[in-house]
Design a protein around this ligand. Structure first.
Ligand code: CO8
Length: 258
């Protein structure tokens, strides 16, 4: 692992985070995940950033947990240190839109990391899988929980129980990613989508992310009530008035993020 496992860049209202381990496979060491969490916290705290793109190397988004490090752990230490929960839960609570731009391998924790992102775009060479079962372990960062919600029970069972990988095209077919593009188009496509999102009103974007994520946590009736209350609260925003007035006056809205 090099000394900067996560490289941060900013382009206007969009942040770009690159996972950059020395061997390009981005094993998800504690050092890398801690650095990712620190970058996400910085983005959440910076009002000039409205959306972020997360990508890996040309070879891998992330090849999963650091198996060498994991092989040395024992029950007492993982339980006491809250291994995974200790830093991964902070990714889940990131409030701004996060787009995964996936090149190459997204395996194990790497596949789980794509599912923690809000939108996943893959290059045509991307490979997805939950190979943990082949290592004698269970997916530990959401594979058994987010995968069935994303792709349904049968496909989630197939991936988790066989450990076999699938291609980008198959990932698109099952709804694990929303778009597949050629490798050279991956970053431009992800950045362009992030800029499109970032041009909208930030409080509205935050509210939409919160409401969509709530759908995974609650009943339909409670989720609809939550959505309605957020919709009602939108009437307190200047941007809500501006957005509708701009439409009626046939001009572009000038959002003030308030
Ligand atoms: N951890 C540690 N080292 C790895 C990992 C990994 N996940 N993946 C690759 N490496 C190492 C290899 O051991 C090898 O090291 P060396 O050069 O010293 O021999 C080097 O990286 C290059 O690997 P390969 O020679 O295998 O490269 P290939 O291009 O032939 O293959 C693959 C690339 C397909 C990615 C292959 O390396 C592979 O299958 N890797 C393992 C993938 C895997 O099983 N991932 C799941 C890990 S378990 C997991 O993620 C549990 C998630 C829990 C939540 C997260 C907690 C942090």
């Amino acid at each position: 692992m090099n000394s900067h496992p996560v490289v941060f860049e900013q382009d206007g209202h969009v942040a770009l985070l690159r996972l950059a381990s020395a061997n390009q496979l981005n094993p998800l060491t504690d050092e890398l995940v801690d650095a990712l969490v620190a970058a996400l916290r910085r983005i959440d705290a910076d009002p000039s950033i409205h959306a972020a793109v997360l990508m890996g190397s040309s070879k891998a988004f992330a090849a999963g947990a650091d198996i060498a490090a994991m092989s040395k752990l024992d029950y007492a230490s993982v339980f006491q240190q809250d291994y995974i929960g200790r830093n991964w839960d902070a990714i889940r609570t990131f409030r701004k839109p996060l787009i995964a731009a996936i090149n190459g391998y997204a395996l194990g924790g790497g596949c789980e990391l794509t599912m923690l992102c809000d939108i996943a775009i893959a290059s045509d060479d991307a490979v997805f899988g939950q190979p943990e079962v082949r290592l004698g372990i269970v997916p530990g960062a959401g594979g058994t929980q987010r995968l069935p919600r994303a792709v349904g029970k049968s496909m989630a069972m197939q991936l988790c129980l066989t450990g076999a990988s699938i291609s980008a095209t198959e990932a698109l077919e099952i709804g694990l990613v929303s778009k597949v593009v050629s490798g050279d188009k991956l970053l431009p496509e992800a950045m362009s989508m992030a800029h499109e999102i970032a041009a909208h009103s930030l409080p509205v974007v935050l509210a939409i992310k919160e409401a969509v994520n709530r759908s995974f946590e609650t009943s339909l009736a409670e989720g609809l009530l939550f959505e309605r209350r957020i919709f009602h609260a939108g009437f307190a925003l200047q941007d809500q008035t501006e957005g509708m007035n701009a439409f009626l006056e046939r001009r572009q809205p000038n959002f003030v993020n308030g």
